[in-house]
Ligand binder design. Structure first.
Ligand SMILES: Cc1ncc(COP(=O)(O)O)c(C=O)c1O
Length: 490
C-alpha cells in the first residue's frame, strides 16, 4: 500500500529522485529568502536525520545545488548560500504619464520576433520559451492522433466560441486561479493577443483612451495603435504592480474607457499584485465604471508553488474580461488562447466571428486531448522550477557583467527580466550593437508610447543556460559599458 510521507519528509514515489527533492527544498528556502546569501545551510548529517534519508542522498543534493551555482562548500566549515558577485538592486517604481498619447506602431517589434527564430542569434529579445522546455513531442504525437481519429471533424469549423471539450478543460483549470466559470462563458482565440484585441474592441471605440501599466507589453501597445486607441500610462512598481492611487486619479480626471493589466508576473516588470490590491483595483474600477481586461498569460508560471488568484476571482459584477493562452506553457505556435469576457461575452463572440470565424480546430483538439490525458500539473511544476533557476542565473550574470548602477527586477514568476542601466545608455543602439555580435535584446522604448526607458532592456530567460548565454550577457554588458564611457567623455 502506498503511504503518504509525514509532513517534512520526502516523497519516495515521486518522479523526482530523493536527492533532487533535497536540492529543491534548499533552493526553495533560498528563493523564498529564508536562507539569505552567505547563510550556512543545514549540515549534511542534520538534514539526513531530519529527512530520514542517507548522508549520500543529501550530499548528492548539495552537489546539484553547487552545480547550479546556488551554494558553495567551504573547507572545514560546511555549505553556504553563494553570495552573488554583485546583487543589483531592484528598479524603483516608474512614473505615470499625464497625457493620453497617440501611439506609433514601429517595425522594431517585428524585427525582434524575427530574431527569435534565427539559429545564429542568442534570443534574449522576444519573450518566447525555448521549445526544449515544452512537451513538444507529446503534443505533436497527440495532434497527429486526434486528426487521424477524426479526419472530418478536424477539418471543419468548430463553434465560434471554440471546441467544447477544450472549453471544459479551460473552465476546470480556471479553478486553479480561483475563477469559477463554465464552458459557455469562454471563447477560444488565437492566443492571448487575439483575446485582448477582441475584448478591447468589445469595450472601446476608436479614439478612446485605455489605462495601462508602464512599462507594458509591446503587443498591447501595438494592438491599441491598430485600433486607434490612446494609452495613458500609469506608474507601476516592479514588485507590487500598478499604482492604485495614480490609477484612481487618472480615472477621476480623464475619460478612460478600459484598463488593460497583466497583474500576475507582468511583462516586462514581472510584478505580482497582492490579493488586497486586486480587490482594491476592482473597487477603483467599479467606482469609475471602467472594465478591466486582465491579461493572465504568465499566471501559471509562479516560482513559489502558489498560483496567484486572478483579479477575475474577486469579480462579482462581470466587469473583468480575462484573457490567457497556452503559449507560455505548452506551444506558442499552436495559437490556443481564450477570453472569459464576463458580461461582454456575446459582444466578444460576435467579434470573434467577424474577425476569424473560429479558432483552428486541430490544435484545439490536440490541447484538449493533452489536458484530458493528465500530467499537465506535474509538468508545470517542473517548468516553474526551470524558469525560476534560469531567472536566478540571469540576475547573477547581469550583476556580474553589466555597468555599476544597473538595477534588475526580481520576478516571482514568468520568464522575463527588466534591466535598468544608468542614464546615458541608448538601448535602441545597444540592440543594434548586440545584434551585430549575435545577441538579440528588447530595448526599453518598445514598452512605452512615451519615448521613455531608453536606458532599459528586457531579457528573456526561457532559454537553456549555456556558456554561450552567459557570454551573450557579458557581451551586452561590455557594450553598455563602452556606451557609458563614451557618454561620460562627451
Ligand atoms: C503579457 C503578454 N500578453 C500576451 C502575449 C501574447 O501571447 P499569445 O502568444 O498567447 O498571443 C504575450 C507574449 O509574449 C505577453 O507577454
Amino acid at each position: 500500500m502506498r503511504t503518504n510521507p509525514r509532513p517534512g519528509q520526502l516523497e519516495r514515489h515521486s518522479r523526482n529522485t530523493l536527492y533532487e527533492q533535497v536540492a529543491d527544498r534548499i533552493e526553495n528556502l533560498i528563493h523564498g529568502g529564508t536562507l539569505r546569501p552567505g547563510a550556512r545551510i543545514p549540515s549534511v548529517r542534520r538534514l539526513s536525520k531530519q529527512l530520514s534519508v542517507s548522508v549520500t542522498t543529501v550530499l548528492e543534493g548539495y552537489r546539484l545545488l553547487e552545480d547550479k551555482g546556488f551554494i558553495e562548500a567551504r573547507p572545514q566549515s560546511g555549505y553556504y548560500v553563494r553570495v552573488p558577485l554583485q546583487s543589483p538592486p531592484v528598479p524603483e517604481k516608474t512614473t505615470s504619464c499625464e497625457q493620453a498619447t497617440d501611439l506609433e506602431a514601429g517595425d522594431l517589434v517585428l524585427r525582434i520576433l524575427r530574431e527569435a527564430n534565427r539559429p545564429d542569434i542568442v534570443p534574449l529579445g522576444a519573450a518566447v520559451p525555448s521549445a526544449e522546455f515544452l512537451p513538444t513531442a507529446r503534443l505533436n504525437r497527440i495532434l497527429s492522433q486526434v486528426v487521424r481519429r477524426d479526419p472530418h471533424g478536424s477539418q471543419l469549423y468548430d463553434e465560434v466560441t471554440g471546441l467544447k471539450s477544450l472549453r471544459v478543460q479551460i473552465a476546470r483549470r480556471a479553478l486553479e486561479s480561483g475563477v469559477t466559470t463554465n464552458p459557455d462563458e469562454i471563447v477560444t482565440t488565437a492566443g492571448t493577443q487575439e483575446a485582448i484585441h477582441l475584448c478591447l474592441r468589445a469595450v472601446t471605440k476608436p479614439g478612446d483612451t485605455v489605462a495601462v501599466e508602464s512599462p507594458t507589453y509591446y503587443g498591447l501597445l501595438e494592438a491599441l495603435a491598430g485600433l486607434h486607441l490612446k494609452s495613458i500610462e500609469i506608474a507601476t512598481d516592479p514588485n507590487e504592480g500598478i499604482c492604485l492611487t495614480d490609477l484612481d486619479t487618472a480615472l477621476a480626471t480623464k475619460s478612460v474607457r478600459a484598463c488593460v493589466l497583466v497583474p500576475s508576473f507582468g511583462n516586462p516588470l514581472g510584478h505580482c499584485m497582492s490579493d488586497d490590491n486586486r480587490r482594491e483595483l476592482l473597487q477603483v474600477l467599479r467606482k469609475h465604471d471602467v472594465p478591466l481586461i486582465e491579461d493572465d498569460a504568465y499566471g501559471d508560471l509562479t516560482f513559489n508553488g502558489v498560483r496567484p488568484k486572478a483579479v477575475k476571482a474577486f469579480d462579482e459584477h462581470g466587469q473583468v474580461l480575462m484573457c490567457s493562452s497556452f503559449s507560455k506553457t505548452l506551444a506558442p505556435g499552436y495559437r490556443i488562447g481564450w477570453a472569459m469576457p464576463g458580461r461582454y461575452k456575446t459582444a466578444v463572440e460576435k467579434l470573434k466571428f467577424s474577425t476569424s470565424v473560429a479558432t483552428a480546430t486541430p490544435t484545439q483538439m490536440a490541447v484538449a486531448a493533452y489536458l484530458e490525458s493528465g500530467g499537465f500539473d506535474r509538468y508545470l511544476r517542473g517548468l516553474r522550477r526551470t524558469y525560476r533557476d534560469l531567472v536566478a542565473r540571469m540576475i547573477g550574470s547581469v550583476g556580474e557583467h553589466f555597468p555599476a548602477g544597473t538595477r534588475v527586477t526580481r520576478p516571482q514568476g514568468g520568464h522575463v527580466l527588466w534591466v535598468e542601466m544608468p542614464e546615458g545608455i541608448d538601448s535602441i543602439r545597444l540592440h543594434e550593437e548586440a545584434l551585430s555580435e549575435g545577441v538579440s535584446i528588447a530595448p526599453g522604448p518598445l514598452f512605452t508610447a512615451t519615448q521613455r526607458y531608453t536606458n532599459c532592456v528586457r531579457l528573456n530567460c526561457a532559454i537553456s543556460w549555456t556558456p554561450a548565454v552567459d557570454a551573450a550577457i557579458a557581451t551586452v554588458g561590455h557594450l553598455a559599458k563602452i556606451q557609458l564611457a563614451k557618454a561620460q567623455l562627451s
